[in-house]
Design a binder for this molecule. Structure first.
Ligand code: CA
Length: 227
């Protein structure tokens, strides 16, 4: 397994290279954005660890240009800012995960191993996939078995929430607050109606049921056997 680390801070770069090498990875280190960009575009890696704040070309531009070129190698980005905007930006640009500095090396190693286990399939937060059901967050598009399904904005938000929490029972109160911005005392019948509509759209023409009613508790989206 070959990893590229793009990091301009000398101590952190050396530390990552040494730690990853000791963990058994072949590790290249680029100490600036230009070198990092060049190596990412010309060599083959299983994973890239990308610092966002670089003095020449920043990590965002490297990531963007890689994805535009169709390079889907998993990218873990490092950010010094614990800002939601930053994380969203990175994930929207096609990164797979991130760590906020400072971080423990054990944490980085755990993330690296998880990303490598996912293999070559590009996994981005912009597409959610369970069985043959796919939800494209950027294009606001839902398909099942490749067949396009039209959902209203609320139905889309509801399905997104259920998919993001696959295998978890979501109480009506939580669904109400997340999708309708209502509190628990509001009329929760609206949720049951919306669930019925989403079910009709994503399940009626298909054999596998994905949305399950958990009596007295709420709803859960999962494969029938939870696998
Ligand atoms: Ca930096």
């Amino acid at each position: 397994m070959k990893i590229l680390v793009v990091e301009d801070e000398i101590k952190i770069g050396d530390y990552l290279r040494q730690g990853l090498s000791e963990a058994g990875f072949v590790t290249d280190l680029a100490r600036n954005g230009l070198d990092g960009h060049h190596q990412a575009m010309t060599e083959s890696y299983d994973l890239i660890i990308l610092d966002v704040m670089l003095p020449d070309i920043d990590g965002w531009r490297i990531l963007q240009s890689m994805r535009e070129a169709g390079n889907s190698v998993p990218v873990l980005f490092l950010t010094a800012r614990d800002s939601v905007d930053d994380r969203v930006k990175g994930l929207e640009l096609g990164a797979d995960d991130y760590l906020v500095k400072p971080f423990a090396f054990s944490e980085l190693l755990a993330r690296v191993r998880t990303l490598l286990r996912r293999g070559a399939t590009p996994v981005t937060e912009t597409t959610l996939k369970i069985a043959d059901l796919e939800l494209d967050l950027m294009r606001r598009r839902v398909t099942r078995g490749g067949q396009r399904i039209q959902l209203t904005a609320k139905e889309f938000a509801l399905l997104e929430l259920l998919m993001r929490h696959q295998g978890e029972v979501l109480p009506r109160s939580l669904i109400a607050s997340q999708v309708w911005d209502m509190n628990f005392d509001s009329d929760t019948n609206v949720i049951d109606v919306a669930i019925r509509r989403v079910r009709a759209k994503i399940e009626d023409d298909f054999d596998t049921k994905l949305i399950h009613t958990v009596r007295g508790m709420g709803y859960m989206l999962d494969l029938p056997n939870g696998d």
